[in-house]
Design a protein around this ligand. Sequence first.
Ligand code: GLY
Ligand code: MN
Length: 463
Amino acid sequence: MFDKNTFVNRRKQLKNKSLKGIALLLGNTESPMNYKDNTYHYRQDSSFLYFFGLDFPGLAGVIDFDSGEDYIFGNDVDIEDIIWMGPQVSLKENGAKVGISNTAPFAKLFDLVKQVQDEGRTIHFLPPYRGENKILLEKLTGISSLVIQSKASLELIKAVISIREIKEDQEVKEIEKACATGYAMHVAAMRMAQPGTWEQKIAGTIEGISLAGGGMTSFPIILSQNGETLHNHDHSQLLQEGKLMLCDAGAESLLHYASDFTRTTPVGGKFTTKQREIYEIVLAANNKATELTKPGVTYLSIHLAAAEVIATGLKDLGLMKGDVKEAVAAGAHAMFFPHGLGHMMGLDVHDMEDLGQIYVGYDDEIQPVDQFGTAYLRLGKRLKPGFVVTNEPGCYFIPALIDKWKAEGINRDFINFEKVNEYRDFGGIRLEDDILVTETGAEIIGERVPISPDEVEKIVQKG
Ligand code: GLY
Ligand code: MN
């Protein structure tokens, strides 16, 4: 874990945000798979991890904005736990690691919350996303678990986002480690992209690489020769020569920082002309996005610039028509690129999405756009140095969407549906890199995962 001062300083930053009352941050509990003691791999809550650093279940942290005191609540183990889990560090010692001397058994949290309520002070909490913590918050505060999410503190949400969105150098180093593992995962997947290979065998192999690197995957692996399904977790097919394998996967570092890359690989190692043409368009959009990523620029404008690159390329191929700027303004590109350009990344692959995308990605100046495609953009606001984002443009041929737009005449002035029909079984291409916004521009984090079509072909051919 990071050193004690990291957590002391982070809590100090939060205390400097002028909140009154207390912040109550719940850690995560174990999550059973099929019976209580057979649990999913444990994952701590990211905001708890950020401010309190301790990576095990059964904890809650309190920051008292009025007195300046910090507390950790949790239970020390007994002899039975030691028999099953081995010797454990005491809560006191764990508290010391993150600069907290006020530690107490978990039940004492109820007393503290009651006292704060009796004093008429505010209890700020973040929106809970797990059932166990919704119920716990209900027991602590008396607010029904059915509505507790809507009672989360907007002040605390905004304060936490304003701190977590700027990555410390040591956090960027952790993301670099996750990216190095992600690099190995993607090159392994490319090498395995041979006709007849079971998609699940590739997905399982690269998940193993993530685990061997020290962390879980940062999200369930997306890997399929039906890449036109944006989040395809079905890995049941055997790869066919001539298809494209889309792999969207990343790892967590030991300290739970994420990577998130997408590459698209020709099965058997040779792009067809059609595939290479679309690939080059998506690559140009990806490169354009990286070139434009810099402080002070709105991410919404970069998303729209990437959409223009895609629309221009598709127009050159005869798939779109008319004025490109007008086409993008009308949202016509979204039949091919129906998602956002990218998102913030950090302790979560979609960083802080639990706190509300509207607060993470938007602000008073830049509001979400209510148009199909761009409406899925998770980040629109102006970039700042220290942001980590992913740039992930794509181009897909989704038969159901093509049929719907054609039948309803949606954007018929900008789309050549006859020509599009020739691409019905194309699949999809997405190319995603992880980017650090610097003081003057942006840089790709770590060594760039092979992306030029020649490079990718060579890796597959070498096997
Ligand atoms: N890589 C998955 C996503 O960004 O949604
Ligand atoms: Mn992503």
